[in-house]
Design a protein around this ligand. Structure first.
Ligand SMILES: C[S@@+](CC[C@H](N)C(=O)[O-])C[C@H]1O[C@@H](n2cnc3c(N)ncnc32)[C@H](O)[C@@H]1O
Length: 273
């Protein structure tokens, strides 16, 4: 089932990972049918995106996408939510460095900002991979942060076969997903973590004091704006007890917890039991 795919990194080395298919042929055709013009910079572009049915088709999709530099959702996220999250993401980068958990995978990495902050915190390490299922977002991220590798894939079916990582980050990407997907994401994280690997989870909690109640008010407004399934899943996540309960229900052992009152969230460093 697997295909060998090469990840080109900035120093010219090729890191080999074992990949299995992610997208269906139809999805690839959908990408191609948008008729984006090819971009000559693909070979010079150090981060890689996509890992599709085979390298040929993967490369084609990447080449087609490289021209699409502007992505409204990414741009708006950068200029709104990321401003609030910047300090939290800096702290996360610090914990990753402190625990020395490289290589690290950021599952559902969105705009790639967390990957970027980890990189600059750790002397420009190349041992970071971002993953998200939004192909345009991955293209946007890889153009902004060309020295980081991004993979476009489903977090419930990550196309990396080996337990390659010492660290995994899932940042504000549990609450918005349906319960089955959260569990699958965690199963994938467990599968990809090597021995002594650690996972860093950042997400919402049930308010625990006055400050977090204020935080809950603000985060409610933001989540309400996101609306739809995202909002409903988020409410369900909190009703079930937030991140703390999720960690207990999924057999994780907390190593370290940092509560963020005004964000009504916590950063938890954990390991699988
Ligand atoms: C709320 S954003 C969080 C982004 C980022 N981790 C952060 O902290 O800013 C959730 C992200 O999950 C991604 N996502 C949704 N479903 C996914 C899936 N099945 N596999 C991978 N990524 C997914 C979305 O594209 C989005 O970028």
């Amino acid at each position: 089932m697997g295909h060998d795919i090469y990840f080109p990194f900035f120093d010219g080395l090729f890191y080999r990972l074992n990949i299995r298919p992610v997208f269906s042929k139809k999805k690839l055709d959908d990408i191609k049918n948008r008729k984006w013009v090819s971009c000559p910079h693909f070979i010079n572009h150090y981060s890689i995106l996509g890992l599709l049915i085979n390298f040929q088709e993967g490369a084609e999709a990447i080449r087609l996408l490289k021209l699409n530099k502007f992505y409204f959702s990414g741009w708006i996220y950068d200029r709104s939510i990321e401003i609030f999250l910047k300090r939290i993401k800096q702290r996360v980068a610090g914990y990753i460095l402190q625990h020395n958990i490289f290589p690290v995978l950021d599952i559902c990495c969105g705009t790639g900002k967390q990957c970027h902050l980890i990189r600059i915190h750790n002397q420009n390490t190349i041992n970071i991979i971002g993953l998200d299922s939004d192909l345009k977002m991955m293209n946007y991220a890889s153009l902004k942060y060309p020295y980081i590798s991004f993979i476009c894939a489903d977090a419930a079916n990550i196309p990396i076969k080996i337990a390659y990582f010492k660290g995994i980050v899932i940042s504000y990407s549990l609450h918005d997903k349906p319960p089955e997907l959260r569990t699958k994401m965690l199963d994938e994280a467990k599968r990809l973590l090597g021995p002594d690997g650690k996972i860093i989870l950042i997400d919402f909690e049930q308010p625990w004091n006055r400050v977090s109640q204020v935080g809950r008010f603000f985060t409610y407004l933001i989540e309400r704006t996101a609306g739809g399934e995202h909002f409903r899943n988020g409410e369900q996540f909190l009703k079930q007890g937030g991140l703390q309960a999720f960690i207990k229900q999924n057999g994780l052992v907390e190593i370290e917890r940092h509560n963020i009152g005004i964000g009504n969230s916590s950063i938890v460093v954990a390991k699988f039991a």
